[in-house]
Design a protein around this ligand. Structure first.
Ligand SMILES: [Zn+2]
Length: 118
């Protein structure tokens, strides 16, 4: 259920950016979601349709890009794909690893429909 606050912050940023750009409408929002984050695209879309209503971002298309999870070994620096069954490092066999990618969530870009130039 934590998609609601996340969606609210997306909306806040989108509206702020849209107003700064004197946009009439925010048309597209590009989001990046790491594989390990538990955010669900459909839930964000669901809340979006609900809370973006009557804002300049109403009806904007949400684009989701997933980032594959990757681990990094603290001992030898090796980066390797996350494997749920075995998290040991393929380089040195150690288990002193951390998440290097896959837990991120951010907004990559916003497209707006601005005032005609001139
Ligand atoms: Zn290693």
């Amino acid at each position: 259920m934590h998609e609601l606050p996340v969606t609210q912050s997306i909306l806040e940023i989108a509206v702020r950016n849209g107003s700064q750009a004197n946009a009439r409408r925010v048309t597209d929002i590009y989001l990046v979601i790491g594989e390990l984050s538990s955010l669900i695209d459909e839930s964000i879309q669901f809340y979006w349709d609900m809370i973006a209503k009557d804002t300049i971002a109403e009806g904007a298309t949400l684009h989701f890009r997933r980032i594959e999870a990757e681990l990094m070994c603290n001992d030898c620096g090796e980066r390797f794909p996350h494997n749920r069954e075995d998290v040991s490092c393929p380089g040195c066999g150690g288990r002193n690893v951390k998440v290097a990618a896959g837990d991120e969530f951010f907004m990559e870009a916003i497209e707006v429909d601005g005032e005609p130039q001139g």
